[in-house]
Design a protein around this ligand. Structure first.
Ligand SMILES: NC(=O)c1ccc[n+]([C@@H]2O[C@H](COP(=O)([O-])OP(=O)(O)OC[C@H]3O[C@@H](n4cnc5c(N)ncnc54)[C@H](OP(=O)(O)O)[C@@H]3O)[C@@H](O)[C@H]2O)c1
Length: 252
């Protein structure tokens, strides 16, 4: 069993789905976990269900992200793990994409992830994560949520796929930049996982995706959370800049 005791972790968009499952997985491994969501009451309620604490945060607000991340690191004396999970998906064929959706998707998925990684890096560099090791042996680790469609494209998801391609490249570039500070940065690229985000898919679309997947089914949030728990643990101490597909083989 992965041991994250003594680590301090922050999960954005932790009120449900993959974020909540990740907060639970990290807390069960012994980490002190803070999760966030846009509504304070919802964040606190979700946090209570997994033994974490909950705070309100809209990741599109760069100042709020910076101040919340600084505050968490200050309160707990350090910040070891950040999972930039908050994200939205609104599908539309190319000709039907609304300008407003372009703004909300890019500001949440791309700018929100960038703000979170920036703030995490600052906090991790300011207060070296424990044990204050040399380059490469630090406990500081960031995971961002890309998507398999960001790697391979998807009809009806051009905007979302573009945003997730950007997220994967935030991980790759930040990994190159932050490695010298002992901070690892990776992305996970889930396939179709059963959460609120995909609840709107028709039963036919779900069956089609499950049918295309060698494992013959859709994924569960816990299956993404388990991979994230591995990536932030010492078991992944020489892994950085990777985009790990968690899709049951969907794109093979
Ligand atoms: N489910 C999939 O099949 C799948 C596949 C590939 C990638 N992903 C990615 O995985 C991540 C989690 O997805 P999910 O399926 O768990 O989604 P979900 O069930 O819809 O949950 C999304 C989470 O993001 C939060 N959020 C949304 N906008 C936010 C904002 N502006 N500021 C702060 N928090 C915000 C929501 O919190 P509140 O609403 O409480 O504020 C919620 O906790 C997303 O980045 C998604 O793109 C999911």
């Amino acid at each position: 069993m992965t041991d994250l005791s003594g680590r301090v972790a922050l999960v954005t968009g932790g009120t449900r789905g993959i974020g909540l499952a990740t907060a639970r997985a990290l807390a069960e491994a012994g980490a002190t976990v803070v999760l966030t969501g846009r509504d304070e009451a919802r964040a606190k309620e979700a946090a209570a269900s997994v033994g974490a604490s909950g705070l309100a945060l809209d990741v599109t607000d760069a100042k709020a992200v910076s101040s919340l991340v600084r505050g968490v690191a200050k309160e707990h004396g350090k910040l070891d793990i950040v999972v930039a999970n908050a994200g939205i998906m609104e599908d539309a064929l190319l000709g039907m994409i609304r300008e407003e959706t372009v703004d909300t998707t890019l500001s949440t998925n791309v700018a929100g992830t960038l703000h979170t990684v920036q703030a995490a890096a600052r906090a991790m560099m300011r207060k070296k994560a424990s044990p204050a090791g040399d380059r490469g042996s630090s406990t500081a680790s960031i995971v961002v949520l890309a998507s398999i469609v960001g790697e391979h494209g998807s009809a009806g998801q051009t905007l979302y796929a573009a945003s997730k391609a950007a997220v994967a490249n935030i991980a790759r570039s930040a990994a190159k930049e932050l490695g010298r500070s002992g901070i690892r940065v990776n992305a996970v690229a889930p396939g179709v996982i059963e959460t609120d985000l995909t609840a709107g898919l028709s039963e036919d679309a779900k069956a089609e995706n499950a049918g295309k997947t060698p494992l013959g089914r859709l994924g569960r949030p816990e299956e993404v959370a388990n991979a994230i728990r591995f990536l932030v643990s010492d078991d992944a101490s020489f892994i950085t800049g990777q985009v790990l597909g968690i899709d049951g083989g969907l794109v093979l």
